[in-house]
Ligand binder design. Structure first.
Ligand SMILES: [Zn+2]
Length: 192
């Protein structure tokens, strides 16, 4: 899937978790950093792709991208598995522990969850593509949905841009409309 679809899916997944769970009170800075972390989590697995937006936007990104590509075993490998999810979870937790003193008003627990939800949504979305996802690495089998490859979508082609992306948008509109009261309560009472 493209970064645009992954980011939309990541924020959608975060919205679902936030609105169907009992609402929790958090600082505005926590919410903002959590949304940012969620968006990064949504595209993080594709650091194994030299052409990923992650690298494209950096001056020497192409070089680092190729390096990471080899290090992580190529595209759709380690970073696209449960093992990779656990590895990222550990690395992000460690990073947040280090940077917590410079942003004491941010609850890093929520930020970590937001990142992980974004990353998990990436693996889920990639499962709908023809390439599939090696969820159970080191078992080198790629899983996809539906199981018949021909019925899955091709990244960046009409199946993604004309069906999947608009469907997620439509879901967001319906979901926000049906959870309007929770959304209002979140904004008015739970962000402090
Ligand atoms: Zn991916």
């Amino acid at each position: 899937m493209t970064a645009r679809t992954h980011d939309l899916a990541a924020i959608t997944a975060l919205g679902i978790v936030v609105l169907i769970e009992p609402l929790r009170t958090m600082s505005l800075s926590t919410a903002l950093v959590a949304v940012l972390a969620n968006q990064l989590g949504g595209i993080a697995p594709d650091i194994d792709q030299p052409t990923a937006p992650f690298w494209r936007n950096l001056p020497v990104g192409g070089m680092f991208g190729r390096m990471f590509d080899r290090l992580l075993g190529g595209h759709r490998f380690l970073t696209h598995s449960i093992l990779g999810l656990a590895l990222f979870g550990f690395l992000v937790k460690t990073l947040l522990t280090f940077i917590h003193p410079i942003m004491p008003h941010v609850d890093t627990g929520y930020v970590w969850w937001a990142f992980m939800i974004g990353m998990a949504s990436h693996l889920l979305m990639d499962s709908f593509t023809k390439e599939g996802v090696p969820w159970l690495l080191p078992i080198p089998i790629k899983f996809g949905f539906p199981p018949i490859k021909r019925l899955r979508i091709t990244t960046g082609k009409f199946g993604e841009t004309l069906i999947i992306f608009p469907l997620i948008l439509l879901f967001d509109i319906v979901f926000c409309a049906t959870h309007y009261n929770e959304l209002l309560a979140l904004i008015h009472k739970h962000l402090v």
